[in-house]
Write a protein that binds this ligand. Structure first.
Ligand SMILES: O=C(O)[C@@H](CO)O[C@H]1O[C@H](CO)[C@@H](O)[C@H](O)[C@@H]1O
Length: 477
């Protein structure tokens, strides 16, 4: 009998019949059921609560085959959120995990793009919605830009850990050509000049929307005469936690310019006044290409494996141009000025997740990370805590994001920095136990911020923090 099952009899069960609220984090029912879970030593009751709340969050945010990131604030299907959330679903229901990806790829464009948001059902709580994007490619409506391509990483994980191997192989066969088309799109649409690294044309594509890494490039974008608009995010979350108005004006300017050419991927790269080499997108893509190559080999698709190998080789040498030796960190680049950005952000550690850093670069990154961790109560801050404009509560300008902690921890472990990985894991676990399952957290106080009952944080709790893979948080103490 596994630990969850064995604890079932000693933990009181309370069934809730209403929607979950943030305050339920400390009072929610315990309904064991997650598979492959080994609980940490220590406060077992709290751990079970955390797992149960995570599970309930996914259930509450399930819209029938896809999961919204958070009620109100983000009411549609987001691209990399879904790929990460599928990892959480896999611990509860493998079929549902595959479905999450199928639903995402049901919105894939003819040219291979997988949109950053899919508008399956109308919602009045988000701006800009389908009417502003105005894309006609898919009947349900979608944005015309993309997000970091996590999906191939998820497909490999689901396939490798599947209990139902037959279904997993079938799903892999169906999804593989779609993944390949998307990755080919990245090469042609976002690296037409064959540099080895892909371009990101909108801060929303980077997933780290208002990261200080985009300040210089974004403020070089002139604000056009755009239709007046009302932001809806500020109705859900305090404005001190969200991007500023002058940033939104530029987000919208880019959107309308892209819409004017129907998001034609052959034109956008050349006409966008914002074009950066984003470390997050390129690191995720690099890792996803490693996994795509692995999947191609698994399916006996040798020629495709070779094609993907070509992309990996090109990217490997190009990545070095993003390394700032003095800073001991990778940096994104403004393609329009040719300069590395000045901002040091948590994306700078993601080449570890990609496995593209050399051993000595990894050692520098580990040292830099340790220095950052020593400056805050809870890591990993999304922006250098030593920086004068570090903002612990504003969106991607300081707060901790659990999904990024997962990626960096995975990378640290791959390079042999087990102690540091355990430190981040234990810290993240503490953060969630004490502050609940939110969008992000203040690294100085630990306070939960942004959207509440957040899907990808819940998924990370199920798929990462509660896994007994010899790397459990409890082991760090
Ligand atoms: O602020 C927003 O309106 C959206 C726009 O895509 O981005 C945030 O929210 C999305 C949904 O969680 C994430 O995918 C992004 O990475 C980002 O954190």
């Amino acid at each position: 009998m596994g630990p969850v099952a064995c604890l079932k009899s000693v933990v009181p069960q309370v069934h809730t019949h209403r929607s979950l609220h943030a305050e339920d984090i400390s009072s929610v029912a315990v309904l064991p059921g997650a598979k492959n879970v080994v609980l940490p030593k220590g406060d077992v009751y709290k751990s079970l609560q955390l797992l149960e709340v995570s599970k309930q969050i996914l259930i509450e945010n399930d819209r029938g085959g896809y999961t919204i990131p958070a009620k109100g604030l983000y009411p549609y299907q987001w691209n990399w959120d879904s790929a990460l959330v599928a990892l959480g679903w896999a611990t509860l229901d493998e079929g549902r995990a595959w479905q999450e990806l199928e639903k995402l790829f049901s919105a894939q464009w003819e040219d291979g793009l997988v949109p950053h948001i899919v508008f399956h059902q109308p919602s009045p709580t988000y701006f800009p919605g389908p009417e502003i994007w105005g894309s006609v490619e898919q009947p349900m409506g979608s944005t015309g830009i993309t997000q970091p391509p996590v999906a191939a990483i998820t497909v490999r994980k689901l396939y490798e850990t599947a209990l139902n191997k037959e279904v997993a192989l079938q799903k892999l066969k169906e999804l593989f050509p779609k993944l390949l088309a998307w990755h080919r799109w990245f090469q042609s649409a976002r690296d037409p000049e064959n540099t080895g690294l892909v371009a990101t044309l909108h801060p929303w594509e980077s997933g780290m929307d208002n990261s200080p890494a985009w300040d210089e490039a974004l403020y070089n974008v002139p604000v056009d005469q755009i239709p007046p608009y009302v932001r809806k995010d500020l109705g859900h979350v305090d404005s001190a936690m969200r991007p500023k108005q002058e940033e939104y004006d530029r987000y919208l300017t880019l959107l309308y310019r892209f819409r004017a050419v129907n998001y034609d991927c052959n034109q956008l790269y050349f006409l966008s006044p914002f074009r950066v080499t984003d470390l997050c997108t390129n690191s995720v893509l690099y890792r996803a290409n490693l996994d795509l190559r692995w999947l191609a080999n698994e399916l006996g698709q040798d020629q495709i494996a070779e094609e993907v190998d070509g992309w990996i080789e090109k990217a490997r040498s190009a990545f070095d141009s993003l390394y700032d030796e003095e800073a001991g960190l990778y940096k994104s680049k403004d393609q329009l000025t040719g300069e590395l950005v000045t901002a040091k952000t948590s994306a700078g550690f993601l080449p570890l997740f990609a496995r593209v850093a050399s051993a000595s670069q990894a050692a520098d990154l580990a040292a830099t990370l340790e220095r950052w961790l020593n400056r805050v109560k809870h890591g990993i801050p999304s922006y250098d805590p030593e920086s004068s404009n570090f903002e612990p509560l504003r969106y991607w300008r300081g707060p901790v994001w659990v999904i990024i902690n997962w990626m960096i921890t995975d990378g640290l472990r791959a390079y042999g920095y087990e102690d540091l990985a355990l430190r981040v894991e234990a810290d993240t676990y503490e953060l969630l136990v004490s502050h609940g399952i939110n969008e992000y957290y203040d690294p100085v106080t630990g306070a939960a911020a942004g959207g509440k009952l957040f899907s990808w944080t819940a998924a990370m709790c199920l798929a990462w923090l509660s896994k007994g893979d010899g790397a459990h948080p409890a082991a760090a103490h």
